[in-house]
Design a protein around this ligand. Structure first.
Ligand code: PXP
Length: 260
């Protein structure tokens, strides 16, 4: 299995900063620490209501990741405003997500089937600017087929339902994991790169990282929360270790020892 990349989402460092309207804590400092702790890239969601990440944060994060030669993954709604911002910054990747102002977090995946005609030109414009385009979708066969049809490079599978089922100790967790597995196989077969994210913690990272087609995880809220207790560096290092363990599990005891 290929090495699994970790994108650290630093949105909620900005949430804490904005609670006071001050300049502290600084998401750019979190990004520096994340990259030193072994993150392979930084993910940030510039929401239409700017409730956490700001336009100035994106300027800073784009410059920082470019300087470090590491990817910035810009999560964005499918709107003309966000498209213009992405085209101005040309991040390594853009992940198109659904967005409703009243939601607490990104609830559910993008309806690629229903918004095919709106998504096609945005995907084309972003790809034309050299940006890899990812679509955040539920593990639903029709959405994954549609992601291929609109020309996306990547699907990021929404792991929120599975992670919540595990946290609530619900009986449907195994079924939801199976749906993620099947979606990953389908997406790879269609030539799409497979990422996964939302709601991942130390408990759920292993089963998700064990899906061989998945090459990147994007994790934010849990890491920022855990950072309050152990520090961001330690939280990311532990997550990285759990990912590597899950990845090595299929390669036998020697591989497991190598990452221990
Ligand atoms: N991936 C996408 C597309 C997201 O929208 C989010 C949340 O912003 C994440 C990953 C990270 O989710 P979490 O903060 O729950 O780890």
């Amino acid at each position: 299995m290929s090495r699994l990349r970790l994108g650290v989402n630093i949105d909620h460092v900005a949430t804490i900063r904005n609670a006071r309207g001050e300049s502290y804590p600084d998401p750019a400092r979190a990004a520096e620490i994340a990259l030193m702790a072994g993150a392979d890239g930084i993910t940030a969601h510039l929401r239409e209501d700017r409730r956490h990440i700001s336009d100035a944060d994106i300027d800073t994060l784009a410059a920082l990741t470019r300087r470090r030669g590491l990817p910035l993954n810009l999560e964005m709604a499918v709107t003309p405003e966000m498209e213009a911002i992405a085209l101005a910054h040309r991040p390594h990747a853009a992940c198109l997500v659904p967005e409703r102002r009243e939601e607490v977090t990104t609830e559910g995946g993008l309806d690629v089937v229903g918004h095919h005609n709106r998504i096609v030109p945005v995907v084309a414009a972003l790809k034309g600017a050299g940006i890899r385009v990812s679509l955040f979708v539920e593990p639903d066969p029709a959405q994954i087929d549609a992601a291929r049809d609109v020309g996306a490079n990547v699907v990021e599978l929404h792991t929120g339902a599975y992670c919540l089922a595990v946290r609530e100790r619900r009986g449907d967790a195994a079924q939801l994991l199976e749906e993620l597995r099947k979606a990953a196989v389908q997406a790879e077969r269609l030539g799409l790169e497979v990422h996964a994210g939302h709601g991942i913690d130390y408990e759920t990272v292993g089963p998700i990282a064990g899906i061989p087609q998945v090459v990147e995880l994007n994790i934010g809220h849990f890491l920022v929360g855990e950072a309050i207790f152990v520090g961001l560096d330690a939280a990311i290092r532990r997550m990285r270790q759990l990912m590597d363990h899950a990845r090595a599990a299929d390669r036998g005891p020697a591989a497991r020892e190598a990452v221990a």
